[in-house]
Design a protein around this ligand. Structure first.
Ligand code: ZN
Length: 597
């Protein structure tokens, strides 16, 4: 508490000294490679157990697997940090290639192991999982076996894997290449500048409507010019995905994303229908915002516009103190964790060039540390991002003493922990606002987040499901893609806007990510699930922290329906839980409508 000024750069040396030239890291990779080769050999020699007496062989493999998993994650985290802090670090790219290669051998080894596990006879399998060596891994091992069972035989999956490098992932890379070459000419203070599409998109949150409008139309032109190319990338990568599903006999495109997020389709449907039921309130908000901005109706590029021109800045130390204080209201463990992260320099926040944009949190499971990356320039949204990433970091922190194989959690629950932390801070900020204007603007910020999760993400989800259905019948033309996108937006925003963004299927990277399908609904799940948890926390006060920690610890080894039942005593396949969470957002809108009358 005595420290008055926090360092804005992180300490990576304490993990591996010397950056991308680190001798210690070189040694570490060497050991990892040896361990990986050892694991691969062991899996090769492993024969399908025929009785529970053979549990030892499997337990030994699991132990090896623990070590290798931990070391691969530790290495990946270090490299991510190196290339994020300096995008021109060529040595880091070389290290990345080295680890990717090990990652490929690791995946093959895992597929091989999974296929052997599929062959274990049911009764033997159950006995194995009941043995003391493996009983704490029942969930993940059952999941592994079930997933492998739904895949094709080993040789066929191996061919798909090999072909996907150039036939699937390559389309995602092609997308990035084309986007990287695009530029938009924007007039600023009488001069014209060439901006990347990312830089231009940032101008869409300008307080000046003329700027937003001009940039929006320039961007539309730019996407229209390239739309034929993006029509190819999205059609081919979805085509590859659908062909793979067809061969595996999976007829539902949501099967894979739901499985990854360990949730049922009923939960997903209930979540969306609960949201739809309350959309009327958010339409009122959009109408009021149009009024405040002096407009008849908002256009797509007005939704995120600020309602005031004043932007307060907060110093890093003030931001840090505010976060720690607010976490403390909720629970001492999260607060002292955050304080330690600031003190021990687990956070890279310096505003300088050469850094990767955006923010992330990554964990070093071997060192039992985490690192947060962001660029702090003193805006309210920077403080929110910092709280968000600290939420992720705390989640990982409580996982440190959980078995490594029970530590992997999906995006929907990951976003729960981060959003929860963000909510604590956002709520406190509204309460502490000194003027009515400030309060209104902070509240608007909060409501806008709800609009993003309930309407924007919903539009993406509606588009993507419908697009994939049509794609099953053959290629979808760019005209049809534009049409599908605009229809989805109109539906998701209840026709509340004037002009829409028909090219969002091209401009949103998320539709072109091949690693994770349907990169949308898990965000909304995380948002609402954390709101539900937050409501409980408000009810129970600081006693709730222990329960919250217990919930987080189970996120790597339970389906979300079971997680919610065990820790919150709610059935998330039923609407009550979702509606209660949405009602909290509705309250914000009501207050906003009242204050802005
Ligand atoms: Zn996040």
């Amino acid at each position: 508490m005595t420290k008055t000024s926090y360092d804005l750069t992180w300490d990576l040396d304490v993990i591996f000294e010397g950056g991308s030239e680190s001798e210690a890291f070189k040694q570490y990779l060497h050991t990892l490679n040896d361990n990986l080769q050892g694991l691969s050999e062991k899996v090769n020699q492993f024969t399908t157990p025929e009785s529970v007496n053979e549990v030892e062989a499997l337990a030994t493999i699991i132990q090896h697997l623990e070590t290798v998993t931990t070391q691969i994650r530790e290495s990946g985290a270090f490299i991510s940090c190196l290339s994020a802090q300096n995008v021109d670090d060529k040595k880091a790219s070389l290290l990345r290639a080295q680890v990717s290669q090990m990652g490929a051998l690791f995946s093959t080894t895992m597929t091989q192991l999974d296929q052997k596990l599929v062959q274990v006879e049911e009764s033997v399998w159950n006995d194995l999982l009941d043995s003391p060596e493996l009983s704490n891994l029942q969930f993940v091992l059952n999941e592994k076996r079930r997933r492998a069972n739904e895949n094709l035989p080993l040789e066929q999956e191996a061919i798909i894997n090999d072909l996907s490098i150039d036939g699937y992932h390559a389309w995602g890379q092609m997308y990035n290449t084309i986007v990287g070459k695009m530029s938009v000419e924007v007039e600023e203070d009488g001069e014209s500048h060439h901006l990347s599409v990312g830089q231009a998109s940032n101008k869409l949150s300008s307080a000046d409507r003329d700027v937003r409008q001009a940039v929006f139309h320039k961007l539309q032109n730019a996407w229209t010019e390239q739309q034929d190319l993006f029509g190819e990338t999205i059609n081919h990568l979805s085509g590859f995905r659908l062909q793979t599903y067809k061969h595996r006999n999976w007829d539902n495109v949501l099967k894979e994303p739901l499985e990854i997020n360990r949730m049922s389709e009923k939960t997903l449907d209930t979540m969306w229908s609960s949201i739809t039921k309350y959309k009327g309130t958010f339409v009122k908000y959009l109408e009021r915002k149009a009024h405040l901005l002096g407009l008849e109706k908002l256009n797509w590029y007005d939704v995120g516009a600020p309602i005031t021109n004043e932007e307060q800045t907060v110093s890093y130390d003030e931001g840090a103190k505010f976060i720690v204080d607010q976490f403390n209201q909720f629970g001492p463990k999260m607060a002292s964790f955050a304080e330690m992260a600031f003190e021990k320099r687990w956070i890279e926040a310096e505003d300088r060039s050469g850094k990767r944009p955006g923010g992330f949190c990554t964990s070093f499971p071997d060192s039992k540390q985490t690192r947060i990356f962001m660029t702090y320039s003193g805006t309210a949204s920077n403080v929110a991002t910092l709280a968000h990433e600290l939420g992720h970091a705390f989640h990982q922190h409580v996982m440190d003493d959980v078995h490594p194989l029970n530590q992997r959690y999906a995006m929907n629950v990951a976003e729960t922990a981060s959003t929860f932390a963000e909510m604590i801070v956002a709520d406190a900020a509204v309460k502490k606002a000194e003027t009515e204007q400030e309060r209104l603007s902070l509240l608007e910020d909060k409501v806008n987040r709800s609009v993003a999760f309930f309407m924007n993400i919903h539009a993406r989800f509606l588009f993507e499901t419908r697009f994939y259905e049509e794609r099953k019948q053959g290629q979808v033309s760019v005209e049809r893609l534009n049409e599908l996108m605009e229809e989805a937006q109109k539906e998701a925003y209840c026709d509340a806007l004037g002009e829409y963004d028909p090219h969002m299927w091209a401009s949103k990277l998320h539709f072109h990510i091949t690693g994770v399908p349907f990169y949308n609904f898990p965000y909304t799940f995380g948002y609402l699930f954390s709101l539900g948890i937050y409501a409980k926390a408000l009810e129970e006060g600081s006693d709730f922290e222990e329960k919250y920690i217990a919930l987080l610890k189970d996120t790597g080894s339970m389906r979300v329906e079971d997680l919610a039942m065990k820790h919150l005593n709610v059935d998330i396949e039923k609407p009550e839980f979702w509606e209660d969470a949405i009602k909290l957002c509705v309250k914000d809108v009501e207050e906003f409508l009242h204050l802005s009358q």
